[in-house]
Every structure is written in C-alpha cells, then in structure tokens.
Design a protein around this ligand. Structure first.
Ligand SMILES: Cc1cc2nc3c(=O)[nH]c(=O)nc-3n(C[C@H](O)[C@H](O)[C@H](O)COP(=O)(O)O)c2cc1C
Length: 323
C-alpha cells in the first residue's frame, strides 16, 4: 500500500471498511482490474515471469501478430528520447502458426483474458488472421493495429484514413465473433472522425493511442538514429497527447476505451480513467520497471480508497462532469 503523508494507519483502517472493486467489463470480457499491458512491450508474457505475477494483470495484450512470421526492421530499432523512446521494431513476430504452437499454451496458463493484437498489409490478411485465431482458440478478443501500411492503397496507414480504418474493422467483424477493439493512431488531424468510423463499422471498443511518428539523428554517427529512419514515440512524453485524444473520443463516441501513452504510475492511469478510459495499458513503463503494472494496480486501488470510490466505473469520464 502507498502511504502518503504518514497516514498509513488511517489508510489501512479505511481499507478495511471500503470494499474496492477493481473489475471492469470491456467489450464483453471481464477484467479483474483495469490494467493491461500495451502490445509490443510485454512480448507474450514469458519474458516477464521472473519479475511479474502475470496472472494479476487485467489482461495480456500480445505483441503484434501477422499471418506469416516477420523479421522486423533493420537495427538500430530503439532510441531513447527525453521522457520517452522511439522504436521501429517493424512487427517482428512468429506469425500465426508460431504463436499458436510456441506461445499460446503459456499465455493460457495465466488464466487471464488474452487480447491478440493483429496486423496485416491488406484487409484480407486481417480478416484471415482474425478467423484463424478464433478457430484455434487463440484469443478472447482482438485488438486491431490499424497503424500498418495498406499496401493496396499506396502504403498509407489504415488508421489515418476513416474509410480504410472502417474497412478493416468491418472485415474483421465479419470474419469473427470475437470482440473487436480498434487501436487508433495519433498521427491524424481528427482522431474523433476515425473513432466514429470504427464504431460505425462495428468496433466493440477502442484503444488509444498508438505511437506518434518521430525521428532522431545520431549526431555522433551523423546519420538517422533508427534503421528505418522514422519510429514511433512512446513513454511519458506522449501522455498529454494521449489524454487529450481519450478525452475527445469519450465526448463524441459511445464505446468503451482503453487509454495508453506514458503510464508509469497509478495517478497516470487515473488521469486516463477520469478522462474517459475504462481500462488502461502500460507500455514503455514495462521497460523501465518490469513490475510497473502491478504497482499501477496497487496505486489505483489506493487512490480509490483515498477518494471514496468503490468501483472503477464511478471514475470513468468523471472529469467531464459539468459543475
Ligand atoms: C517497442 C514497442 C513495440 C510496440 N509494438 C506494438 C505492436 O506490435 N502493436 C501495437 O498495436 N502497438 C505497439 N506498440 C505501441 C504500444 O502498444 C502503445 O500503444 C504505445 O507505446 C503507447 O504507450 P506507452 O507510452 O505506455 O508505451 C509498441 C510500442 C513499443 C514501445
């Protein structure tokens, strides 16, 4: 328990009295608490087992999966930035078969919901991956990464164009009965427009935000720092952008939201929840402290006790209330 201002006795006493329920329902699945891991920052869980009791998470969101294995981009693939990092991993992953064979059994052993993050170069690839994952019991829900380039439309990311985003969501909905969460890109002028198109196409929930497109130059090598030139910016540096987008989408689109971007503490998570997120994901924070997620869960509980909240839903979007 976090004890601020030396009031641990009071907190313990209050804790005995207040029965805090951290569980949330999201797109038809029940999470024991609102904290999940952000795709691509927790592998498939096994790497973190020495540091984290993975079964305590609200859900595990897998590394981005594609139908076939991918090697990802050439190195360097990560670069530290002020209060954040750039990455250009490029969806390195074992592909559907490797995932089902080598990772799913361990993932299932944690006993928590598995949300598979899926990606593809065409709408058809997304749909095929979704139906195969369902057929093999590979996920309890799907998170669609629409930040991938749509090869049929000149490589423009699905997520920056409302009709492309809607097309991929609709195709995945058609291909599966699993809950579908569309993960929005922040690299757009109007995130609400894309969010509304995803809802219209049948999305059951939205995740936001993915990384912000950025770049760094290595002044010692006098070359771009990343092998892929550009990369995705994440970490505390992006949190205000993410909170703003969660706020805007909450006001305009009636869907449950998973908020992420720079969460490393319980108070960061609460900020997203008050802005409108029903669940939160921790990404870059896992690299700084592998047990970050469990601390965030405890700190949300402490915040709720201190502020008299019994359920997470009481807090969702509370900052929007009119005086
Ligand atoms: C190394 C790395 C790999 C990532 N891989 C994926 C991915 O495969 N699919 C995806 O949808 N998002 C991916 N992301 C984005 C994160 O899931 C998250 O949306 C973003 O980093 C913002 O959260 P954070 O600031 O807590 O990291 C990745 C982020 C990082 C840092």
């Amino acid at each position: 328990m976090v004890c601020e201002g030396g009031n641990s006795v009071t907190l313990r006493h209050v804790n005995d009295v207040i029965d805090v329920d951290l569980s949330v329902r999201l797109a038809g699945i029940v999470l024991s608490n609102p904290v999940v891991v952000a795709s691509g920052t927790f592998g498939f869980g096994a790497e973190y087992e020495p540091y984290v009791d993975v079964s305590k998470l609200g859900a595990i969101v897998t590394k981005g999966l594609t139908l076939r294995p991918r090697d990802g981009n050439p190195p360097p693939r990560v670069w530290e930035t002020p209060s954040g990092m750039l990455n250009c991993i490029g969806l390195q992953n074992p592909g559907l078969d490797g995932y089902l064979r080598d990772h799913l059994p361990a993932l299932r052993s944690y006993g928590i919901p598995v949300i598979a993050n899926i990606a593809g170069d065409t709408v058809e690839e997304y749909a095929k991956l979704a139906s195969e994952l369902e057929r093999h019991g590979g996920a309890d829900a799907l998170e669609i990464n629409i930040s991938c380039p749509n090869v049929k439309r000149g490589g423009l990311a699905f997520g920056v164009d409302a009709s492309s985003a809607a097309a991929v969501v609709a195709a995945v909905k058609d291909a599966t009965s699993l809950p579908v969460i569309a993960k929005l890109s922040p690299n757009v002028t109007d995130v609400v427009h894309i969010a509304a198109a995803c809802k219209e196409a049948g999305a059951d929930a939205l995740s936001l935000i993915n990384t912000l497109l950025g770049m760094a130059i290595d002044v010692d090598r006098k070359r771009p720092a990343l092998g892929n030139l550009f990369g995705g910016l994440s970490g505390p540096a992006v949190r205000p952008v993410a909170v703003r987008m969660v706020w805007q989408v909450y006001e305009a689109v009636d869907l449950p939201l998973i908020g992420m971007g720079g969460i490393t503490k319980g108070r960061d998570a609460v900020e997203f929840i008050l802005a409108g997120a029903r669940a939160v994901a921790v990404g870059t924070g896992n690299f700084v402290d592998p047990a970050c997620t469990l601390r965030v869960i405890d700190e949300i509980r402490d915040y709720m006790i201190r502020n008299g909240f019994r359920t997470v839903s009481e807090m969702v979007g509370l900052a929007h209330r009119r005086e």
